[in-house]
Design a binder for this molecule. Structure first.
Ligand code: GBH
Length: 451
């Protein structure tokens, strides 16, 4: 395919990491192949009412069988790195007890393929697909799950720790807790505020235990965590809106950052949670507060806080995505600069996800998605501002390589820079993929001229 004619200027550092991201349940399919156990998302999808289009992840992008082709696509785009997650139930079908060699075999082949192609692997241990066996014992409400997670982390680090550039414990624990246990948008589908807050504590504990277990192994991988983060803006200058925004920032961003960097929960959020505050045991914060080598930050939009009924809608000056999310690139530098000020020990940051859903169609072998290109460009320009202001950002992972299973939205929402025709599993590079390729290549050209 001939690239559309884009004008751009890639002025990021020459060693900046350019990547794409996916997650296991959203792309792999092969839900019961080679000894894989069921995960809570396999279970959740069985109730068709849980997923907007009634779909599930049994086949998804069939990446389990097509990973070679998909890595080939990444190589053709010239990306430096690939962020993916491992399905815990693939490598340990029950979440406890025996390891499944065939499951590890898949990730072993994937890593080989990536390394052969010069693509650096960034792995996430948990992107929401808990083994159902552990859910049967209470899932993340059961404190013991944190210990099971550490065993799993230890085993992955032992086997693969020298071939993976970076390992993140969790992807967006806020979502696991709030959407899984707070409002039932996600598996396991519980609606219980108090539980969701206790779950968030167990997730942080599991992060700390996993960090310890992986440090014990040693190995070359950088270790960290991926959080979904946003700024929270009051809709108006009213006291109620301002208080709402402050609480929102405390209960989402600081709730996960403060324990890791300061060893306690944010006072404002704790007070707001009142009787729902989590049970914390002596020594928990010592486990949670450990040096991490990197922070992964997923940024999609800001949180808009209006206490009025009906709420004052966000201005959405740059429009909204197909998810209905306000496009707000300005929030990215605002967030990063705020984090740097609040957490003096902030390690290097990777933007581990950013991207947009866009309903696009293949026409004569082409997919025109100018809105996605504009979204990425505006967020990269915003990211550069944060870096110019002194935030140490080392890489950017576009969400997502492929159109995929968008959780409770099913396949109706398309986040890929590569289009997937689910009937044939045919992949087609969208214009955004061609743009990204050119953008990365421009960096490479600039590097060649420099040296
Ligand atoms: C990411 O989460 C995920 O990591 C990825 O798997 C997913 O495909 C991608 O984004 C696109 O969605 O206001 O309570 O109704 C995005 C995180 C999802 C967090 C939506 C806030 C709003 C929930 N965001 N969510 S709510």
């Amino acid at each position: 395919t001939k690239s559309p004619n884009f004008d751009f200027n890639n002025d990021f550092p020459s060693d900046f990491t350019w990547g794409v991201a996916t997650s296991s349940f959203q792309i792999e399919g092969a839900h019961d192949v080679d000894g894989k156990g069921p995960s809570i998302w396999d279970t959740f999808c069985k109730d068709k009412a849980n997923i907007k289009d009634g779909s599930d992840g049994t086949v998804a992008c069939d990446h389990y069988h097509r990973y070679r082709e998909d890595v080939g696509i990444m190589a053709s785009l010239g990306v430096d790195a690939y962020r993916f997650s491992m399905a815990w139930a693939r490598v340990q079908p029950d979440g406890k007890g025996a390891w499944n060699e065939a499951g590890f075999g898949f990730y072993d082949r994937l890593l080989d393929e990536l390394l052969d192609r010069g693509i650096r692997p960034h792995a996430t241990l948990y992107h929401w697909d808990l083994p159902q066996g552990l859910q049967d014992d209470g899932g993340w409400m059961n404190r013991d799950t944190a210990h099971r997670f550490a065993d799993y982390a230890h085993e992955v680090a032992r086997r693969f720790g020298n071939r993976i550039e970076a390992i993140a414990t969790h992807n967006e624990p806020w979502c696991t807790a709030n959407l899984g246990y707070g409002n039932a948008q996600f598996a396991p589908g519980v609606v219980d505020l108090k539980q969701s807050i206790q779950v968030s504590h167990h997730l942080l504990l599991s992060h700390g235990l996993a960090m310890r277990a992986m440090r014990e192994v040693g190995g070359a991988a950088q270790l960290g965590i991926v959080l979904n983060q946003w700024t929270a803006d009051p809709a108006t200058g009213s006291e109620a809106d301002r208080a709402m925004a402050e609480f929102e920032y405390a209960r989402s961003v600081q709730w996960f950052m403060d324990p890791i960097f300061k060893g306690h929960y944010p006072e404002l959020a704790l007070r707001g949670h009142g009787a729902n505050a989590p049970q914390v045991r002596d020594g928990d914060f010592d486990i949670i507060k450990q040096k991490i080598d990197f922070l992964g930050s997923n940024y999609y939009f800001r949180s808009w806080c209006s206490a009025a009924t009906p709420p004052v809608p966000p201005p959405a000056r740059h429009g909204v995505t197909d998810m209905g999310w306000e496009i707000f690139p300005e929030g990215l530098p605002e967030l990063l600069i705020k984090l740097k000020a609040e957490y003096p020990d902030l390690p290097p940051v990777y933007i581990t996800e950013n991207g947009m859903a866009n309903p696009d169609v293949v026409e004569n072998g082409r997919v025109h998605d100018p809105a996605r290109i504009a979204y990425v460009r505006s967020h990269l320009a915003a990211l550069k501002e944060a870096m110019d202001a002194g935030v140490d950002v080392r890489g950017y992972f576009l969400w997502s390589l492929l159109d995929n299973f968008e959780w409770n939205s099913g396949y109706a929402k398309r986040f890929g820079i590569v289009h997937v025709d689910y009937a044939t599993q045919q992949r087609t590079l969208k214009d955004s993929a061609l743009w990204y390729r050119e953008f990365i290549a421009a960096r490479n050209r600039a590097n060649r001229i420099k040296t």
